[in-house]
Design a protein around this ligand. Sequence first.
Ligand SMILES: NC(=O)c1ccc[n+]([C@@H]2O[C@H](COP(=O)([O-])OP(=O)(O)OC[C@H]3O[C@@H](n4cnc5c(N)ncnc54)[C@H](OP(=O)(O)O)[C@@H]3O)[C@@H](O)[C@H]2O)c1
Length: 276
Amino acid sequence: MRTWLITGANRGLGWHIAQAAIAAGDNVVVTGRTQANISDAYRSHDTSRVLTLSLDVTATDQIQKAVDATIAKFGNIDILVNNAGYGQLGPFEDNSASDIESQFATNVFGLFAMCRAVLPVMRNQRQGHIFNIASIAGLAGMPGASVYCASKFAVVGFSESLAQEVAGFGVQVTLVAPGAFRTDFLDDSSARFGSAPLAEYEEFSSKVRSSSANNNHNQPGAPEKLGQALIELALNPKAPLHFIVGSDAISLAETRSASRKDELQRWRHLAVSTDA
Ligand SMILES: NC(=O)c1ccc[n+]([C@@H]2O[C@H](COP(=O)([O-])OP(=O)(O)OC[C@H]3O[C@@H](n4cnc5c(N)ncnc54)[C@H](OP(=O)(O)O)[C@@H]3O)[C@@H](O)[C@H]2O)c1
């Protein structure tokens, strides 16, 4: 029986990943920003296998408490799912410095802090698997999502590097890059738009907002299937480093990789001319 620790598990992808882990018979520690919401989301579950904890990933003291409570109840942490996150949307110039800091505080620094707290446990065990939920927006830049993309590119770079640093301790890292999945991601309850809108971007911003509203809860990806896929990958010694998931994400990744290859070839002569 494996033990999971999942952030942002009161709804969306985190909730579905937790449901799949519970159905697989594993121990699951599900965390959410408010105790009431997380308790409510799991009120019908067996408390001997499911532990609900309040955890805001921007609060370092809560992180260590959650790790300690997990060890106290289950004795180990096999799988960490760094899922908590949200989209700070709109053009870069509409976003204040504080909008951007908040985005990085959750999507990047919160994820780092979780890894910092859990890695000593996994190193001591000489095994573990960290899933960092990045996004296809961490592999391909998108207009109207520059701040969000920057945060997810950071998660991708971090995960690729961390994977190589901890492999020797038996710890695996998989960065999950979903396409669009049907959650509250684009909902007003999650997505945030820049708080300093500029008149010059008004037309573009309103297109971003209306496209988000149209896609909200109409995304092609089924979150329960993503949850099921992670159950299959967890602790699999051959699990991929990059798990690009959803056919929209695969197709965007293929297009980006083809255009990058083409650009590389086209400018190769100039790029290699700088060697000493
Ligand atoms: N759905 C997609 O299309 C998609 C695609 C690519 C990547 N992703 C990524 O998948 C992850 C989950 O998003 P989702 O689609 O499931 O969206 P969601 O339904 O809006 O759920 C987001 C979850 O993250 C939690 N969260 C936000 N800030 C937090 C913080 N500071 N501390 C702890 N929890 C926090 C939310 O808690 P509250 O309920 O308290 O707000 C909620 O539980 C995110 O990292 C997102 O970037 C989603």
